[in-house]
Design a binder for this molecule. Structure first.
Ligand SMILES: *[C@@H]1O[C@H](CO)[C@@H](O)[C@H](O)[C@H]1NC(C)=O
Ligand SMILES: *[C@@H]1O[C@H](CO)[C@@H](O)[C@H](O)[C@H]1NC(C)=O
Ligand SMILES: *[C@@H]1O[C@H](CO)[C@@H](O)[C@H](O)[C@H]1NC(C)=O
Ligand SMILES: *[C@@H]1O[C@H](CO)[C@@H](O)[C@H](O)[C@H]1NC(C)=O
Ligand SMILES: *[C@@H]1O[C@H](CO)[C@@H](O)[C@H](O)[C@H]1NC(C)=O
Length: 471
């Protein structure tokens, strides 16, 4: 592997200065055009303010019992399990309580303070984006392991305002991402992301965020030496000095997709989705130390949404099935599989929320666009309604035996209409034609997914603190 040239941001800028000037002019021009459009997004739905919830008394004393993992997990049952009873069989509804307990207050290096006992409560997914002048976790264009589709800077996106925001929860401060510390926590462990390309987006962000903290960057590599991560069903990065792997398994529905078998020598093109089977993968991942699931975007596609002759259970192919029902069945299949196969003493399970797309003036395949978006949404009334999928997810998770940490990133991400690749979805396209389809679903890297990982890091800090305390 050729050693990478070290490039500082300033060098990048110098190298690209001429381009930059040109782009700025272009940008000003597009901004001008943009301002002449109406700024109304497609869906304006008002969001009801979440009601301030008072903590049940059982949970408040837990703040002093160092049971911090619960705090983060909006959905997590083990808090009351310990406080109410030790019965292995009691399955409690995690949703109702654990939502807003957290420990707080940290900045900079003092992560330990993060788990300092405080009476305050905090839902770290409830907050706002604030301007912040510190550098992104890794410099734009610096990570060799980014799919070109996320590598907006290399593809010519030079307006870097979208890298200047930091997530600020309303009730507490979260620690900055610290790659060294995170790798320490992952030492000897295996972390697996399972889901769709949004989860891959998050996985690549984590790979790059951790990589930059290594002194010798050649000590991490993809096990098969791959440099693009879109075509295969499985990828695994090894961080040699930490003896840990961070993997991605493609499973956009979590349940099994398949094609009808060949009949009379004719291969069917018909695809079906088995709602009653978890997707089989080449990698056995149920016993990893950390599992991070997601699913969502594929449930909004036409074929899925219409649900005609697409969903199958056992030998039955439903001629028509409402997608809401199908999604619920699939998630229950997933939940059952997790409860049966994942050892909750060993494995910590996460589930990431659904992150909405921001297409204006059309859909992804009909001229919808998000270029020229350079600022996050600031007014909640322009956010999308809380997705129906997440309501179902929350309800399914709350009935599981396995505690699931719910990374409730849906709303925080919805603010960030400025963070998509838009036209910068591939390299070398110098002429940005109207009419080419834009990517307003995924996220530039560095960018918004780095903040998801910051929250993941915060959850790990809290849970490692918890397990240290229990020894
Ligand atoms: C997740 O966040 C949304 C939006 O902030 C909120 O309405 C919902 O109640 C949260 N879910 C949980 C389980 O905390
Ligand atoms: C690396 O981690 C694995 C568990 O993931 C463990 O079985 C193995 O012994 C570790 N190897 C070294 C050299 O520490
Ligand atoms: C999906 O369905 C909508 C309306 O039913 C239609 O306008 C659109 O073209 C369809 N998209 C695809 C990719 O078929
Ligand atoms: C599916 O059913 C739900 C209620 O169960 C309903 O709200 C929704 O409109 C239905 N969706 C479709 C596409 O028919
Ligand atoms: C998990 O830990 C509990 C308590 O320590 C123990 O009773 C149980 O058998 C363990 N479960 C498994 C699957 O190892």
């Amino acid at each position: 592997m050729a050693p990478l040239k070290k490039i500082s941001i300033t060098q990048i800028f110098q190298r690209r200065r001429t381009q930059l000037i040109f782009t700025s002019v272009l940008l000003l021009f597009s901004l001008f055009i943009f301002l002449n459009f109406s700024l109304t997004p497609n869906s304006i739905t008002s969001i009801t303010e979440s009601t301030p919830s008072t903590l049940p008394s059982a949970t408040s004393h837990l703040l002093y019992a160092s049971n911090y993992i619960s705090s983060l997990s909006s959905v997590y049952r083990s808090v009351t399990m310990e406080s109410v009873s030790n019965s292995e069989n009691s399955v409690e509804n995690g949703l109702s309580f654990a939502k807003k307990i957290t420990s707080l207050s940290v900045s900079g290096e003092k992560e330990d303070d993060f788990v300092r006992k405080k009476r305050n409560s905090c839902d770290m997914f409830d907050g706002k984006w604030v301007l912040d002048d510190s550098d992104p976790v890794y410099p734009p264009g610096s990570c060799p392991f980014l799919d070109s589709t996320f590598n907006c800077f290399n593809n010519g996106r030079f307006d870097l305002g979208y890298l200047r925001y930091r997530w600020q929860p309303h009730g507490c401060d979260i620690p900055r991402f610290n790659g060294k510390k995170m790798l320490e926590m992952l030492r000897g462990k295996r972390m697996v992301f399972v889901g769709d390309s949004l989860n891959r987006n998050m996985w690549e962000s984590l790979i790059c965020s951790l990589r930059i903290s290594l002194v010798d960057k050649n000590t991490m590599f993809e096990l098969s030496g791959r440099r693009q991560f879109r075509t295969e069903g499985f990828y695994s990065f090894k961080f040699q000095d930490y003896n840990c792997t961070i993997e991605f398994i493609r499973s956009p529905f979590l349940v099994q997709e398949w094609k009808l078998p060949i009949v009379n020598g004719v291969e069917s093109r018909r695809e079906l989705l088995r709602l009653d089977l978890i997707q089989a993968t080449t990698s056995n991942y149920h016993n990893a130390d950390f599992l991070i699931f997601n699913t969502g975007h594929w449930w909004t596609h036409n074929k899925t949404r219409k649900g005609r002759n697409f969903f199958q259970e056992g030998n039955t192919v439903h001629s028509e099935l409402n997608v809401t029902e199908a999604y619920t069945k699939a998630l229950k299949t997933w939940a059952k599989w997790v409860d049966k196969n994942v050892n909750k003493n060993k494995t910590q399970v996460f589930f990431a929320g659904y992150t909405a797309s921001h297409f204006r003036k059309g859909k992804w395949n009909s001229g919808g666009r998000c270029d020229a978006e350079t600022e996050p949404i600031t007014d909640d009334k322009y956010l999308a309604a809380y997705p129906w999928m997440m309501k179902i997810l929350e309800s399914v998770i709350s009935k599981m035996k396995t505690p699931v940490v719910y990374l409730n990133i849906t709303k925080m991400t919805d603010y960030r209409k400025d963070g998509h690749p838009s036209v910068y979805r591939q390299p070398g396209e110098t002429e940005r034609r109207l009419g080419t389809s834009q990517d307003c679903s995924h996220w530039c890297l560095p960018g918004v997914p780095d903040s998801w990982n910051q929250l993941l890091y915060a959850s790990l800090l809290m849970s490692s603190k918890k397990s240290n305390n229990s020894h």
